[in-house]
Design a protein around this ligand. Structure first.
Ligand SMILES: Nc1nc2c(c(=O)[nH]1)N[C@H]1C(S)=C(S)[C@@H](COP(=O)(O)OP(=O)(O)OC[C@H]3O[C@@H](n4cnc5c(=O)[nH]c(N)nc54)[C@H](O)[C@@H]3O)O[C@H]1N2
Ligand SMILES: Nc1nc2c(c(=O)[nH]1)N[C@H]1C(S)=C(S)[C@@H](COP(=O)(O)OP(=O)(O)OC[C@H]3O[C@@H](n4cnc5c(=O)[nH]c(N)nc54)[C@H](O)[C@@H]3O)O[C@H]1N2
Ligand code: SF4
Ligand SMILES: [Mo]
Length: 715
């Protein structure tokens, strides 16, 4: 019998947790081995699509460096395996006195990207946060999408009411600062972007990509506009200006649901394309033609992503993208920018439809810099100063940190400063599956499960999907005996902080496991589904193309789209100042993603790590000649008081004057256990970034367009 089980091949359906595309996978196993991983053809949403990362789930599951037991750092600074009870006892012994002595704010919480992909984390973090009661809550959101959350919240009344391209019906797509061919989409869950973009062009649609680099996405588009880094606000203002100037406004159905159009018209008067051209690097006539083309499209859409958010004017950019969609009648219309309606957990389907309290920010401020809280978070670039600065009248110093699925030492600007500050803490706890650049600073590390041992239901991404759907997948393998699921660990920590019976199993209605949580959310959701129904439909339930949702979706106090929020109108003054100031001189650094990466933590998987060197500095050949750098030559890049070395890759795809380095590299720090990644560590581009630069409205870090010095290193 046992023998038979070991040889029988089983087929499992599993949703990939590694990026926002949320592809359904078909995983074949024999005994405890993975035999194959491919795209699940029967998935109603991803329809068989997969990328190399999905295949690498086997490597992740089998990675000998992946933590399976808690680690406690001994007196010599070495991490040693411990039992769960020992680890929890150590946390109790060291963390609780800090809180008792220095108050709730002395413990900071940082959560990273993978937590958005795990209901076991995302569904339970609010419990821990509530237990901690700290204002020092930080996340990767302020390295990423906070500007879009803020602008969407201001316009539509909820920060998760984010409109996405209805690509299957669109015939003109203007895309800024996004590379879905590589990233597989962001704030836009769209598996197989390539297939959808091709289909769009085959039916006569056009795609225009705005990016300082001719990316993989630009190569597949009809037109590429090589913008100057940081130039989007000028271009977008030029486009909105043109719509008014050339009488191209048509609000259509949204006329009666929109307020503030006149204020926007007044506000954009000064920004004629002729005045913007120099600052964005795109000729006035090109801007005007683009505005006309957008206005003339039957079903057009503007989409901006990471590259537009990680700038000083990230919130204005995010707002202007939606302004363009509204003014051209493309918001909430088929083929335009539409709002998904998730089967569960979507706050914008809860409460009274059509009206609400809107959003409020700045209810509290950070202690050292006084930066406003936004959706309960503080800018992650302020984490270091909160750890470094002694207590004063403004409150207590951060003395302890809990990091959950976060690697800010590599992913945040000036991460080396964060690393130093972590060493000064009284206690640090990491929930992580690796001993890496950040968790090596932790006194205790608690591991999560392998994704193949975990169930999966996406809480966030159905709210951002190109089509409505409900999908669930169960664990492929049983979890190791004695290892808790991450939600259990989080509840145990919350209980410990609340000083309830720490060792008891979680009890009570709020402490149910994810399945009950999902079932309740589905039942009370807009389609009245049950988890049983979703489970029975392997490959998911298709809930159809996106439907118009205005006015039902709105949660603003006016019950309308509030197109001219005061906070944004006021920030236009800073645009005027930027226009009046001199152009920042020198070479400008932008980021880049690679198909075989996932921010900082997938470089330890052999399948993804093989192949050519990926941490290279892309540079236009003209710049190479000027700087004496040939292909493969070594460049010294200097900024932020730091210098890095990286091999140069000459590429005519770069805008001259702009260079590109990927983030998430720099795996050569002592004390980490990343055998594969350590072989080709790469350089940490975030070491070059100044942690003082952020969009003050959203608190989002500036990751793009930073001036750097480059020189050739003689062999
Ligand atoms: N220069 C520059 N910097 C950037 C960006 C950029 O474009 N340019 N992009 C930014 C963006 S968009 C983001 S989202 C951030 C990401 O910033 P982070 O979230 O800090 O970085 P990740 O590399 O995603 O790190 C994830 C961590 O989670 C751990 N982990 C993985 N799976 C699990 C799990 O199942 N459970 C637990 N507990 N831990 C797990 C990994 O080992 C790793 O330590 O980086 C940002 N940094
Ligand atoms: N393979 C892979 N996939 C990933 C990730 C990964 O690390 N690897 N990370 C995941 C995460 S956390 C996220 S948030 C998403 C992000 O997904 P996307 O939003 O698609 O982000 P990127 O691929 O970084 O593309 C951003 C683009 O902005 C461009 N850019 C830089 N500066 C500017 C500028 O000033 N203006 C304009 N217009 N463009 C600019 C860059 O050249 C780049 O092509 O990807 C996710 N998917
Ligand atoms: S595109 Fe994203 S979700 Fe799909 S297989 Fe690749 S990593 Fe997984
Ligand atoms: Mo991200």
């Amino acid at each position: 019998m046992h023998e038979e089980d070991q040889t029988e091949t089983k087929k499992h359906y599993r949703i990939c947790p590694l990026c926002e595309a949320c592809c359904g996978l078909e995983i074949r196993t024999r005994g405890d081995k993975v035999i194959s991983i491919r795209g699940a053809e029967n998935d109603v949403f991803s329809r068989g699509y997969i990328c190399p990362k999905g295949v690498s789930l086997k490597d992740l599951h089998e990675d000998p460096d992946r933590l399976r037991k808690p680690l406690i750092r001994n007196a010599d600074g070495v991490h040693e395996e411990a039992s769960w009870d020992e680890a929890m006892a150590e946390i109790e012994r060291r963390l609780l006195p800090i809180r008792a002595r220095h108050g709730a704010d002395s413990i900071a919480l940082v959560i990273g990207n993978p937590s958005a992909h795990k209901i076991s984390l995302l569904g339970y973090l609010p419990r821990l946060l509530k237990a901690l009661g700290t204002r020092n809550f930080f996340s990767a959101s302020t390295l990423d999408q906070m500007p879009k959350q803020l602008s969407s919240g201001l316009l539509f009344g909820h920060w998760l009411s984010i409109a996405v391209p209805d690509i299957e019906r669109c015939d003109f797509l203007l895309m800024l600062g996004a590379n879905p061919m590589v990233s597989n989409g962001s704030l836009w869950t769209v598996p197989d972007y390539r297939g959808k973009a091709r289909a769009m062009r085959e039916r006569g649609g056009r795609i225009v990509v705005v990016d300082p680099r001719r990316t993989e996405t630009a190569a597949l588009a009809d037109q590429h506009l090589a913008i100057k880094p940081g130039g989007d606000v000028f271009l977008l203002l030029g486009l909105v200006h043109t719509l008014f100037d050339e009488d191209l406004i048509k609000l259509g159905r949204l006329q009666e649901w929109t307020q503030g159009v006149e204020q926007v018209q007044q506000a954009v008067k000064p920004y004629a394309p002729e005045r913007m051209a120099d600052r964005c690097g795109i000729a006035a006539e090109t801007q005007r033609r683009l505005a006309r083309e957008l206005a003339a499209a039957e079903r057009g859409c503007v989409y901006g992503r990471l590259g537009t958010c990680t700038q000083r004017f990230g919130t204005l950019n995010s707002w202007l993208v939606d302004v363009l969609n509204v003014l051209t009648g493309n918001l909430d219309a088929a083929g335009g920018a539409m709002f998904p309606k998730a089967a569960a957990f979507a706050s914008n389907t809860m409460g009274a439809p059509g009206i609400g309290r809107g959003i409020r920010t700045g209810r509290q401020h950070s202690r050292v810099s006084g930066a406003p809280e936004i959706f309960g978070e503080l800018p992650i670039t302020l984490l270091a100063e909160e750890m470094e600065t002694p207590a004063g009248p403004q409150g207590s110093q951060v003395k302890a940190l809990i990091a959950i699925a976060a690697n800010p030492v590599l992913s945040a600007p000036n991460g080396q400063r964060i690393g130093r500050a972590l060493d000064g803490l009284d206690f640090m706890l990491s929930l992580d599956i690796y001993l890496n650049e950040t968790s090596r600073h932790a006194d205790v590390i608690l591991p999560g499960l392998s994704p193949l041992e975990d169930l999966h239901f996406d809480l966030a991404f159905p709210q951002l999907s190109y089509r409505n759907h409900a999908r669930f997948s169960g664990p492929v393998f049983a979890k190791p005996a004695g290892q808790p699921e991450e939600w259990e660990t989080i509840l145990r920590l919350a209980a410990l902080v609340e000083s309830r019976e720490a060792k008891a199993a979680p009890t009570g209605i709020a402490d149910t496991g994810p399945e009950q949580m999902i079932d309740q959310a589905l039942r009370s959701g807009p389609y009245g589904l049950t988890l049983e129904q979703v489970k029975r439909a392997e490959g998911g339930i298709d809930l159809g193309p996106l439907q118009p949702r205005i006015p039902e979706l709105l949660r603003t106090p006016s019950g309308r789209i509030e197109l001219a929020p005061e906070m944004l109108m006021a920030d236009l003054q800073q645009v005027d100042e930027a226009l009046a100031a001199d152009m920042p001189a020198g070479m400008h650094l932008i980021g880049r993603r690679d198909v075989r990466s996932g921010n900082s933590w997938m470089h330890n998987l052999p399948l993804l790590a093989k192949g050519p060197e990926r941490c290279t500095l892309l540079m236009h050949p003209q710049d190479g000649i000027r700087l004496g750098l040939a292909d493969g030559g070594m460049a010294r890049i200097t900024a932020n008081g730091t210098e890095l070395l990286a091999p140069v890759q000459l590429s005519a795809d770069m805008r001259p004057g702009v260079v590109s380095l990927p983030h998430g590299w720099g795996h050569d720090l002592p004390g980490s256990r990343l055998q594969v990644a350590g072989l080709r560590p790469g350089a940490n581009m975030n070491a070059l970034l100044d942690d003082r630069l952020r969009d003050p409205l959203s608190g989002n870090a500036v990751l793009s367009g930073v001036a750097v010095d480059i020189e050739a290193v003689q062999a």
